[in-house]
Design a protein around this ligand. Sequence first.
Ligand SMILES: [Zn+2]
Length: 128
Amino acid sequence: MQMPKTEPANFDKAILQEQQTVSRMIRIYCRAKHQPEGELCAECEGLRAYALHRIERCAFQPDKPTCGKCPVHCYRPEMRARIRSVMRYAGPRMLTTDPVAAVRHLIRTFRKPSAKVKQAIQRQNDHA
Ligand SMILES: [Zn+2]
């Protein structure tokens, strides 16, 4: 499959889409697991704020793989574990509720890392 190239003009759009997808996944997860009174429970609200901030600050935008596959561990381990369970739970469910966003997320997940990402992996290995 030919992956669409993300042009610099789409930079903000890609970030926004990723943020929306992650927000939606956290909402699906929280509703099912925590039955919050409002939109999200306090814990998931914190996770969402953290994840959105990380996406915004990500060094690899717009050509990054999704955070689950990213070679750079910018998430704190505890937050990383939490976002992973959110994605494991909400990912398959989004295929039925919002297939477009789910597929977009999958495409990013399986996208080959760009040269920039590969260099970062290399640098990490050198320091290991
Ligand atoms: Zn929650």
